[in-house]
Design a protein around this ligand. Structure first.
Ligand code: GDP
Length: 292
């Protein structure tokens, strides 16, 4: 898949995060609840070493609740780790985040020993939205396209709770192919960096196997259930294109347009509450990728 990465930016972020890591007590990692495995940057795991970690499964409002619970259980089984699921724009997130952090690092607190926390996340997971909602601000810095570089900031969520916003950008790092597709589908990589038709086909393959009813419910396709159950992803895309009338002159199908419709619907939650990977799927993909 043709995704262009930015190793220069990545190295700069790596150095800056490594420097900051020395003076913090724990790390908060913001993940996308629709693809928690894929939206984690493995670099952070190595940089943060044994520091306690709070995983935030953000965008829970778009994800599948039952699967979110599986991911929360999965992370809770890891040492020095806690996990909570959030919708970044909700009220009360600061309290949830502070409470979970204090449990992880009980020996810090009070003005003399403030709890120092580094918050990280790949672009577009909703880190700015979360920070702004916790500070009660409406900031201009949130947006739908990833890649707005920001300087490091120290934020005071409480007198004795200091939150360091990540210096530099933590770009996604694709370690398994499935992860690349899931990141692309969820919008974590810039629109021009990927082939939308290919991403939509992978998405349709996963949805037709795992969320068949949501897919048929959304597009109201005029076919028998049993017939659709045998379809390959190309047939789904074609049927959606026909239903939505994305037809070019001469009757040719505009697959690109149909792909855009599917991706936009998925990203905005119009198809339903969906999570693209399970903890056991993710670990299987990872194990297979390491063979090479
Ligand atoms: P950042 O690059 O990690 O700082 O991401 P942003 O905060 O700019 O968010 C990227 C996009 O995701 C924006 O369009 C946000 O409105 C949206 N977003 C962030 N958090 C949530 C969430 O919890 N639920 C939903 N539905 N959208 C969110």
């Amino acid at each position: 898949m043709a995704i262009q990465w930015f190793p220069g930016h990545m190295n700069k972020a790596k150095k800056a995060i490594g420097d900051r890591m020395k003076s913090v007590d724990m790390v908060i990692e913001v993940l996308d609840a629709r693809c928690p495995g894929s939206s984690a940057n493995p670099l952070l795991e190595s940089l943060s070493g044994r520091k306690p970690k709070l995983k935030i499964l953000n965008k829970r409002d778009l994800a599948d609740d039952a699967r979110t619970q599986l991911w929360l259980d999965y992370y809770s089984g890891q040492s020095q780790t806690q996990a909570i699921a959030l919708d970044a724009s909700e009220r009360g997130n600061a309290v949830k985040l502070i409470n979970a952090s204090r449990q992880l690092v009980p020996n810090r607190g009070g003005i003399e020993k403030p709890l120092r926390v580094l918050i990280c996340g790949i672009p577009n997971v909703g880190k700015s939205t979360l920070i702004n909602s916790m500070l009660g601000k409406k900031s201009a810095k949130t947006g739908n396209e990833p890649g707005i570089t920001k300087a490091e900031q120290r934020l005071f969520l409480a007198d004795d709770f200091w939150l360091y916003d990540t210096p530099g950008m933590l770009w996604p790092k694709i370690i398994v192919p499935e992860g690349g597709y899931n990141l692309a589908a969820s919008g974590a990589v810039g629109r021009n960096a990927l082939d939308e038709e290919e991403v939509s086909l992978e998405l349709l393959k996963y949805l037709s196997h795992n969320y068949f009813d949501l897919l048929t419910g959304r597009y109201q396709l005029d076919y028998e259930h049993d017939e659709m159950a045998t379809w390959r992803e190309e047939q789904w895309l074609e049927a959606i294109a026909r239903k939505r009338g994305t037809i070019l002159s001469g009757g040719r199908i505009d697959y690109q347009k149909a792909a855009e419709i599917v991706l936009t619907d998925f990203r905005s939650g119009q198809i339903g509450n969906i999570t693209l990977e399970l903890p056991n799927e993710w670990t299987k993909w990872l194990a297979a990728a390491r063979v090479f």
